[in-house]
Design a protein around this ligand. Structure first.
Ligand code: XIL
Length: 693
């Protein structure tokens, strides 16, 4: 694949990726808004204003032609007629345009030709590797009409080398004629990851492994670097689920899961297997007869689905035997709304509890080394927790090999309280089971009605305090908790962007450009985010925002109706720029080197290395310099940064305050710039000038 042909700044601001508002007040930079998204770069557009098809062709026998009968902007569009099959539609070759591992946004406007009845359209990608085609949906079925233009916009990352790559518009059924217009393919340039930060896994070493749920696309480039730097455990976010591994009976697909396991092995990471039996992301054939009809509730049906379950587990768990630290054998089987607490899934309707018994028995048989878990969400909710406790007690008493309970911990900035979460952990201790946090994320939203174009700073701070407090709890129970996993690597790829509603969420430790957020510091070094404790709402709701596992099924999340006390989030704690008393640094006994690690329109990442060239230790330091061209810091790490006017002040973090003779410390930061970005020429350490190299 060649480099993209054309790149220019995104002209429309359509993607809602805002540029940083400048900071009006001096704030500790570890608590400042995380790096703001840079401008998207547009790689390809099709406006159909020049009377050509601009490279778009038919997928098969239909006709594509320039048209002025309708236009989203300007006067031209592309008209597709003569479709005879629903998958026919306008297609564009992207092989030379798209790069492996880059997360693209694809956007196109669709309108049916005059007189056509409403239909469902979608935006799809066809790719081929070694001649084998695969089809990915960028935007799922969306209602389109002849009366209005509808935007199909979604994200796509190519995770595998291909020899064929196209994007096309098709319909779910029917063959209406349609127009497309204003296609755009863009991406936000990735930033280098921050290499000078403490690794989360090192900070937590000796307590529990820390994991992230990933897709295959995150095993490439900057994402892979971030993953291996900070995490020592990994979960396949989707790649080991039934729909991914056995979409058709007897046809197993392991390419993505294999890649994740291989990456983990190569990087010395544990693998959590997720998941063997679940009511979501399980193809309908599992519960259907050979003609595709739903199975009736009979003894024969029960035998059939238990056989299918056994076959499935033998294939998947058997394939990775010895390589998996823990399997989520069954997922989300509790429903506290039922009097017996058991979810009425198709599994349960057809087999009772026997699918759980079979799943654990077979998993233990084929992978005796893996710890076997029962995994669920909202296990902090007392009623749900207690039903889970009862089920695990009952099944273990029967001899079902359940080793542990997985708490998903899809939570938010307000809920649940630490004490309720502690009660969740202590409840299971008498059972003698392992406990793991399996899918943690902290939504910035407290109910389904909220939506922010950009995560507000106070929410990011509240989130950081929640991460601090919950990890503090986990550390206190590290004898009982054998693993903690976050449900994602960074905010650029989170299921919460589309669940329970479509909006921009930011639930993880790293932002959309993979830079550390206040949440990261909440886990790694809470002194960086101020000292105000988060008041935890008391009397937390028992009917909570319930993250159910699928946007399409399961109970609808209930918005929190309990008024949430607004925690005092210490929005602008004024840093003390100079510690008192300031240790003196003899003149000339420090050296500073300043470099720009990466620069893009409007922003850059800088690094400043300070060396103690004197003969005695400096215990506590403050570094200062002046930006001469209006540059403005937005975030710092390995130190607390602030800017007042043009003067930048960085004070040591607790863990690097002591600088022995001859030692160096490296501070990283993000800043905005316009016009020019000259390097500062003078630096002081505790007031004394340093040499500059
Ligand atoms: C989610 C994935 O992250 C999404 O990509 C997918 O579309 C739906 O499932 N509980 C679970 C996970 O056990 O498997 C779910 O993962 C999130 C909720």
């Amino acid at each position: 694949m060649r480099a993209p042909r054309t790149r220019r700044a995104w002209p429309y601001g359509l993607l809602g990726l805002a540029v940083a508002a400048s900071l009006a007040v001096v704030v500790p930079l570890a608590t400042a808004p995380a790096a703001q998204a840079a401008e998207p770069v547009v790689v390809a557009t099709s406006t159909f204003e020049d009377g050509t098809t601009q490279g778009w062709v038919p997928r098969a026998d239909e006709t594509v032609a320039p048209s002025t009968a309708a236009a989203h902007t300007g006067s031209g569009s592309l008209l597709v007629t003569g479709r005879t099959r629903s998958w026919e539609g306008p297609v564009l070759d992207l092989l030379d345009t798209v790069e492996l591992g880059t997360r693209y946004t694809l956007s196109v406007w669709v309108r049916l030709a005059a007189g056509e009845a409403d239909a469902q359209a979608r935006l799809s990608v066809e790719r081929r590797t070694d001649g084998t085609p695969s089809y990915d949906q960028v935007v799922g079925n969306t209602t389109v009409t002849a009366g209005t233009w509808v935007n199909l916009q979604g994200q796509y990352t190519l995770a595998q080398e291909v020899e064929f790559l196209t994007v096309y518009v098709e319909t779910a059924s029917g063959t209406p004629a349609l127009h497309i217009d204003d296609f755009a393919l863009s991406y936000v340039p990735a930033l280098p990851i921050q290499t000078d930060l403490p690794s989360v896994k090192d900070v937590l070493a000796g307590e529990f492994p820390i994991g992230a749920a990933v897709s295959r696309a995150q095993l490439i480039g900057n994402h892979a670097q971030l993953l291996s730097k900070h995490f020592d455990s990994v979960t396949a976010g989707n790649a080991m689920k039934w729909d991914a591994t056995q979409p058709v009976e007897g046809e197993f697909r392991f390419t993505d899961a294999d890649a994740i396991v291989a990456f983990a092995e190569a990087n010395g990471m544990q693998v959590r297997g997720h998941t063997l039996a679940w009511h979501n992301q399980t193809p309908s054939w599992v519960f259907a007869d050979t003609a595709g009809n739903p199975l009736p509730v009979t003894a024969a049906s029960k035998e059939l689905v238990l056989t299918r379950l056994e076959t499935h587990i033998r294939e998947i768990a058997g394939r990775y035997a010895g390589k998996i630290s823990a399997w989520d054998v069954v997922n989300e089987v509790i429903d506290e709304g039922q009097s017996d607490g058991i979810r009425r899934s198709r599994w349960y309707e057809l087999t009772g509890l026997d699918f759980i018994r079979t799943a654990f028995r077979v998993a233990r048989e084929v992978d005796p080394a893996a710890k076997l878990f029962i995994n669920d969400y909202n296990t902090n909710v007392p009623a749900k927790r207690d039903h889970l406790f009862n089920l695990v007690s009952q099944l273990r008493a029967e001899g079902v090999p359940i080793d542990g309970v997985g708490h998903q911990m899809h939570v938010n900035v307000d809920w649940p309280s630490v004490s309720e979460t502690e009660a969740m952990l202590t409840r299971f201790i008498p059972l003698g089971v392992e406990q793991q946090i399996t899918e943690m994320d902290i939504s910035i939203y407290t109910n389904s009605g909220e939506s922010f174009p950009t995560p507000p700073q106070d929410r990011l701070l509240r989130q950081a305090y929640r991460y601090r407090d919950l990890f503090d709890l986990y550390r206190r129970y590290s004898a009982d908790i054998t693993s903690v996993t976050l449900w994602g690597l960074a905010d650029d790829d989170t299921w919460l962007d589309s669940f329970p509603v479509t909006r921009i969420d930011a639930p993880l430790l790293f932002d959309r450009q993979l830079q550390a957020k206040p949440a990261y510091w909440g886990v790694v070094d809470p002194s960086q985010i101020g000292v105000t404790p988060t008041p935890t709402p008391s009397g937390s709701p028992t009917s909570s925002p319930s993250p159910t596992a699928s946007p399409t099924s399961g109970p609808t999340p209930t918005p929190t109706t309990t008024p949430s006390p607004t925690p005092t989030v210490n929005p602008t704690p004024t840093p003390t720029p100079t510690p008192t008393p300031t240790p003196t640094v003899p003149a000339g006994s420090c050296r500073v080197s300043y470099s720009v690690a990466g620069q893009w329109p409007g922003g850059f990442q800088g690094e400043v290395r300070v060396t103690n060239t004197g003969t005695s230790a400096i215990n506590g330091w403050t570094l200062r310099w002046t930006f001469t061209a209006g540059q403005q810091l937005t975030q710092a790490w390995n130190g607390t940064g602030a800017q007042s006017g043009s003067q930048v002040t960085i004070t040591a973090a607790t863990w690097n305050a002591n600088l022995p003779a001859g030692a160096s410390v490296s501070v990283g930061f993000l800043a905005d710039w316009t016009g020019s970005n000259p390097a500062p020429t003078a630096f002081t350490l505790n007031g004394s000038s340093c040499t500059v190299s």
